[in-house]
Write a protein that binds this ligand. Structure first.
Ligand code: IVH
Length: 718
């Protein structure tokens, strides 16, 4: 019998020790799930029960209290109860570059976008990329009013009280600063402060922290600002949000201004013009890295001129005018203990290496994805060799594991000298390990190429596909239903009780009604409780009205990620219009099909996947039931008050003289226009430069308004 179910009074000394060990691990694991991934597997009540059991055992056997006991962890409970703050300007992330070649490409792309020759005339700043937490600090009339974490980039957490305790951040700005100032930068913990803190923790017999970044994060997310104050946090200013007035017109000028206002800025920031100088500065910062008193993971390059930054603008998540040049990844040796197969939402069978735990760059790695059958054999996505011939990955092999930044760990290579004699080549399963259906590699219709992914053919009958589908549906960027985590989805899916079962998305929304007339009450089931059930229903009901792009994303159509879902929502405006168009596009020809393909950012593979999805009667049936419960809102069009082209569909053709095609497109989109690649009945304006051909003819034929580049510029105001 396992010690888990033995009452505290009945535990022997030996059992108690084993049980404390189990609890320490289990609580730490749930802490990580809760804080790290925001995906708790157990209810708050169950979590509390674990902690209470730990305390009770410790009270009975004080001699057994462990070094890593959960009861010794002070303030390990950052809370999720900070108020949300919507950022006045989104807090974006940066694209990563890993090689000198990538950096050259980045610089070249800046010149290309602006239609300029690469003549070293554009200046860039280069500064360390600090490994901390980005923060937005707002001042009104010179006084600090809000400190907010980045969050998802749109909405962060209000940590003002904690930010005020950071001495390096001024509470007041000098006289004469603009009335609204938002300074952005990185909060971090110095390596020396981190080591001193850990030495103190150790002396007090408390658990030590893993790395400065996590400690800084944990310190900031304390509800009690006194705890934050006791940790020495620091700050570097390097960016800004809303500014009622711009005090400078370059990146460097802005940072110098922040310095004059009392903010710490990084002393290694330099302004450079040639790629060679930029790379030399990267090498220099790399050399200094071990001696710096803070962790950095790369060098950030930014176009210095703010006017050019504005022209370059943004892609969906990151600016075109900046990139992060990461330092090379860190590597370590470990052993492949096993290879497991995970079945995903689309039936993809993904092999995962279970590794002997190893620390790589300060993080413990226990799993690494092996991607697919070919990858295990040493073959890349385009049929190329990625490892030497015999270096296929086998259970028992010693391998080199690499971790670069936030990227998931990779198995780089096999150490052949250490291969055990009995190690056999891994045999990839031919059937789905979950439902037993055939697992096949599809062949590409046109190219005849074998797909790298092995897929379960079980579709809806496969438990893994169905539950993964539901987990995707309730996930953060889809329906975002709090209280329906992975564990709960599995529970509802497996339940045999008709008043509890959730097999498809609409069932989520009928749960409360089914429960009302049922005798098996959810609140009496272990791990739920009255309060959490009430919260769950409230979270579900809150989503009965939902943004269109979230709704489309949640459907889980293959290849349709968030960005595509947003494009579709913006293009079709309402769910009815979208669904009707997809039905009409079923024949892969005609206006609806052409319109879908004309959306910039949607290629044929995606277009096909969407149409195929709507051809499947079961999908249509499930969506029908879902629409009885949920109302997708009309898409929000970008705020473009006063824009004469908002909501218009425009097409550029021929050569443009004042802008590159890319810039013209970005500009039109920022004014709320939709830019399509081909002319159809839906086109409102065709902008034709010299050399325009068939598109111009077609536009004339369809009676679409046409204009040249100058007329277009006059229309959008220069
Ligand atoms: S600039 C719009 N500069 O890196 C660009 N970011 O991967 C705003 N970071 O979220 C960011 N040091 O937390 C910039 N010198 C630096 C940085 C830096 C660290 C972080 C920041 C950002 C992330 C993007």
């Amino acid at each position: 019998m396992s010690t888990e179910s033995v009452a505290v009074e009945d535990l022997t000394l030996e059992d108690a020790a084993a049980e404390l060990e189990r609890l320490a691990k289990e609580i730490a694991r749930n802490d990580a799930l809760y804080h790290g991934k925001d995906q708790p597997e157990i209810s708050d009540a169950d979590y509390d029960a674990l902690k209470r059991r730990n305390d009770a055992i410790e009270a009975r056997f004080p001699e057994l209290i462990r070094e890593d006991s959960p009861s010794r962890r002070v303030g390990a409970e950052p809370s999720n109860t900070f108020a949300p703050v919507v950022h006045s300007r989104p807090m974006l992330s940066l694209d990563n570059t890993f090689s000198q070649e990538d950096v050259r490409d980045f610089v070249a792309s800046v010149y290309r976008f602006l239609g300029r020759l690469p003549d070293n005339s554009i200046a860039f700043t280069a500064e360390p990329k600090i490994d901390g937490l980005s923060m937005s600090i707002r001042y009104e009339n010179g006084r600090l009013v809000t400190g907010a974490t980045r969050g998802d980039g749109t909405t962060g957490e209000n940590v003002t009280a904690n930010i005020r305790t950071i001495k390096e951040i001024p509470n007041e700005l000098p006289k004469g600063v603009p009335s609204v100032v938002e300074v952005r930068g990185e909060v971090y913990m110095a390596k020396s402060d981190f080591m001193a803190l850990n030495a103190q923790m150790e002396a007090e017999g408390k658990q030590t922290y893993v790395n400065p970044r996590n400690t800084a994060a944990g310190s900031l997310r304390q509800l009690d600002a006194k705890v934050t104050a006791s940790r020495k946090l620091r700050f570097f200013a390097y960016a800004w949000g809303e500014m009622s007035e711009m005090p400078a017109d370059t990146q460097m000028g802005m940072v110098e201004t922040f310095k004059s206002w009392g903010f710490p800025v990084n002393p290694l920031m330099k302004r450079l013009s040639s790629v060679d100088d930029i790379l030399a500065h990267y090498a220099e910062i790399g050399l200094e890295r071990p001696d710096l008193d803070y962790d950095i993971d790369g060098v950030v390059y930014k176009v210095d001129s703010l006017e050019l930054q504005q022209r370059l603008g943004f892609r969906s998540r990151s600016p075109r005018w900046a990139t992060a040049h990461k330092f090379p990844a860190e590597q370590a040796f470990t052993i492949v203990e096993n290879i497991d197969i995970q079945v995903g939402r689309t039936g993809a069978l993904t092999p995962v290496a279970r590794l002997t735990p190893i620390t790589v760059g300060g993080v413990v790695v226990t799993n690494a994805t092996l991607h697919n059958e070919d990858y295990i054999r040493g073959i890349g996505n385009n049929g190329e060799r990625i490892r030497e011939e015999e270096h296929d990955i086998r259970i028992g092999d010693t391998v080199i594991v690499q971790r670069a930044g936030d990227v998931i760990p990779q198995v780089l290579d096999v150490v052949m000298e250490k291969r055990p004699a009995e190690a056999k080549a891994y045999e990839f399963p031919k059937v789905c390990p979950v439902c037993g259906s055939h697992a096949v590699r599809e062949r590409h219709e046109k190219t005849g190429k074998l797909d790298s992914v092995t897929r379960c053919t079980g579709g809806f009958i496969c438990r893994a596909q169905a539950t993964e589908h539901l987990k995707h549906f309730v996930s953060r960027n889809a329906f975002d239903i709090e209280g329906l985590g992975s564990k709960q989805v599995d529970f509802f899916f497996e339940s045999e009780d008709p008043s509890l079962q959730i097999r498809t998305a609409p069932d989520i929304f009928t749960l409360e009604r089914r429960q009302q007339t049922s005798l098996t009450k959810l609140e009496n089931i272990d791990g739920f409780g009255k309060v959490s059930v009430g919260k769950l229903y409230a979270a579900i009901n809150e989503r009965r009205s939902i943004a269109l792009h979230r709704f489309i994303y949640a459907l889980g159509i293959r290849h349709v990620g968030e960005t595509t879902a947003k494009l579709l929502a913006r293009t079709y405006n309402s769910y009815e219009a979208f669904a009707a168009a997809m039905k009409e596009a079923e024949t892969l020809s005609g206006d609806a099909w052409n319109d879908l393909n004309a959306i910039e950012g949607i290629g044929e593979v995606m277009a096909r996947a969407i149409v195929e999805f709507y051809k499947e009667p079961r999908n249509v049936e499930v969506i029908g039931r879902l629409l009885d419960e949920v109302k997708p809102q009309e898409a929000e069009q970008p705020v473009t008050t006063g824009s004469p082209v908002a909501g218009k569909t425009v097409v550029f053709t021929g050569s443009l003289e004042k802008f590159t095609r890319e810039e013209a497109k970005a500009r039109a989109e920022s004014l709320g226009a939709k830019v399509a690649g081909s002319v159809s009945k839906k086109t409102d304006i065709l902008i034709a430069g010299p050399g325009a051909g068939s598109k111009l003819d077609k536009a004339r034929e369809l009676g679409v308004q046409t204009m040249d580049e100058d007329e277009w510029l006059a229309l959008i105001g220069g």
